[in-house]
Design a protein around this ligand. Structure first.
Ligand code: HEC
Ligand code: HEC
Length: 478
């Protein structure tokens, strides 16, 4: 266990994560907690009350680091250590020049939901990545600022800390690099980074947020993508029923158990073993292996997939194996959103695998009958696999207030004409009207998002291991 503390500041973060994460924190000075507060030695059980990633709204101290006040800490931000179950493994990816800090994560969250980062001031990352849908948008393709739809299905954003090759074809090798694509692509948010930086500069509060996160208030392309990447790295889904099962606190139903067995088992008709063989690619507790495969959608794929990145014919029609966590929430399915339901997905794997030169050998061979060419699962078996897939839904993740729109009071205050009260009541630049979150203290508007609640403690899997998402920052004075 480590405590990373800002010297002379009013809050600290406690962490219990793996060694590699603690290493990332190495840049910052680690000091013992202040003597006025005993070092915490036991892991707190999950808090039933909403917690925020940043102490602004919960801190009893009135001065906030987001208001341009002299109380902004001059010390470097404390390391922010996300927590995850040990079975997720420590093969995480945080670039050495972008360690997580509470301020960086909070700024990233503001930017993730910031419509000013788009050319028409209407789209944010969250337009295509909605929290309640595990950060997808429910559409096969998503319209950008020019109304032209994307050519692929918006991917879910979860457990990205473990993903090195982003996008369906793995063409981006880090979240910082990845973010530049939607921000600047003319069919997505369509705005140059220079314009984005200039717009943010004009919104009061943002310079102070950048200063708190990165030490000075200049706003640059690099800092924008770094902050967004920091926020994305905190999107950890580990509270599904499957996690409860892995931790011994949830007893799956018969259908779930049958489905899990089919999912995990390769068919071996010679031995009378029936299986669906899904874990071959979607295996492990994170429900994906970082591999590229052709899963038999088309014999002549229209989208080259991985081949566009590697230029190799052998990669034609191969795509990254996506995680199946929260899969019930992320329809439609596949890189082109061709399947509307999980039943259609099961029908595909069971009965409609398309032969082709790059089809995964695993899928080419998998069959529940000797010499057969298809899994040919029964109706009951398909339903059982779906029961297992439903176990992967994490209702805590999609309601977690730490991931919610920090500007969302704007939506609540929407008037009938669609304008926000802030816009109506403010004169001066539109920009200021759009982001008053940065100008006002939260005490006036109450908790950050009172409509969102964390589920009561009984819904959490047992705290048998160090898995709680993120240990939070509390006011030392609390
Ligand atoms: C217009 C819709 C749209 C917007 C806006 C958008 N995205 Fe996406 N996002 C997509 C689509 C579509 C893909 C898959 C594209 C591909 O694979 O070629 C994607 C993929 C991603 C991925 C890859 C996930 C993975 O597992 O590889 C990340 C990360 C991501 N988006 C983050 C963001 C961020 C950050 C923003 C805001 C800066 C953003 N997106 C804005 C549609 C959108
Ligand atoms: C050979 C590897 C492989 C096997 C085996 C496999 N999948 Fe997949 N799966 C993939 C790949 C690759 C994709 C993405 C394909 C694409 O979009 O073109 C995918 C996509 C999916 C999706 C859509 C995910 C999304 O976000 O849209 C679901 C659901 C899914 N698989 C479920 C299963 C189930 C259930 C099984 C077992 C019956 C299974 N898969 C077996 C490789 C595999």
């Amino acid at each position: 266990m480590r405590n990373a503390v800002i010297t002379g500041a009013w809050w600290f973060a406690t962490a219990f994560a793996g060694g590699s994460l603690a290493l990332m924190a190495g840049r910052y000075k680690e000091v013992p907690p202040p003597t006025s507060r005993p070092p915490s030695t036991s892991r707190p059980s999950p808090s039933p009350s909403p917690i925020s990633l940043f102490p602004i709204s919960t801190s009893p101290i009135s001065a906030s680091p987001i208001s341009p006040s002299p109380r902004i800490p001059s010390a470097p931000p404390a390391a922010f250590v996300p927590e995850y179950p040990s079975y997720f493994g420590n093969r995480i990816y945080i670039p050495a020049d972008n360690p997580l800090t509470p301020e960086g994560v909070y700024l990233g969250r503001m930017l993730f939901y910031e419509t000013k980062l788009s050319a028409n001031n209407k789209l944010s990352c969250a337009s295509c990545h909605r929290q309640e849908l595990a950060f997808t948008d429910g559409r096969a393709f998503s319209p950008g600022v020019d109304q032209i739809p994307t050519t692929r299905n918006a991917m879910s954003l979860q457990n990205l800390l473990w993903v090195r090759q982003l996008f369906w074809d793995g063409r981006a090798s880090g979240l910082e690099e990845q973010a530049l694509t939607p921000l600047t692509n003319t069919h997505e948010m369509g705005q140059s980074m220079l314009n984005s930086a200039a717009k943010l500069r004009r919104i009061s509060g943002y310079p102070a947020l950048f200063k708190a996160a990165f030490g000075n208030d200049t706003i640059t392309k690099e800092k924008i993508v770094k902050a967004i990447a920091q926020f994305e790295r905190t999107l950890i889904s580990d509270h599904s029923r499957y996690d409860g099962y892995l931790q011994g606190s949830y007893q799956p139903s018969q259908a779930e158990t049958d489905g899990m067995n089919l999912f995990m088992t390769d068919p071996q008709p010679g031995k009378g073993i029936r299986g669906a063989g899904c874990a071959h690619c979607h295996g492990g507790p994170k429900l994906f292996l970082e591999q590229f495969h052709n899963n038999g959608l088309d014999s002549a794929p229209i989208d080259p997939g991985r081949a566009a990145v590697t230029g190799m014919a052998a990669d034609k029609g191969r795509f990254r194996v996506p995680t199946l966590r929260n899969i019930a929430l992320t329809a439609p399915y596949m890189h082109d959103g061709r399947f509307a339901t999980l039943r259609e997905v099961l029908d595909h794997y069971s009965d409609h695998i398309a032969e082709g030169p790059t089809l995964s050998p695993q899928l080419r061979q998998a069959s529940n009958t000797t010499g057969g060419h298809a899994l040919a699962l029964s109706d009951t078996e398909k339903r059982s696999v779906i029961s297992f897939l439903l176990m992967l839904t994490d209702s805590t993740f999609i309601k977690d207030p730490r991931y919610a729109d920090p500007h969302s009071y704007k939506t609540r205050e929407k008037t009938k004409t669609g304008e926000t009260k802030a816009q109506v009541s403010k004169t001066g630049s539109q920009d200021q009207g759009q982001s008053p979150a940065l100008e006002t203290q939260s005490s006036k508007r109450g908790p950050q998002n009172p409509t969102l609640k964390i589920l009561p403690a009984k819904h959490y899997p047992q705290k048998s291991m160090a898995h709680k998402l993120i240990k939070l920052i509390k006011s030392v004075n609390a």
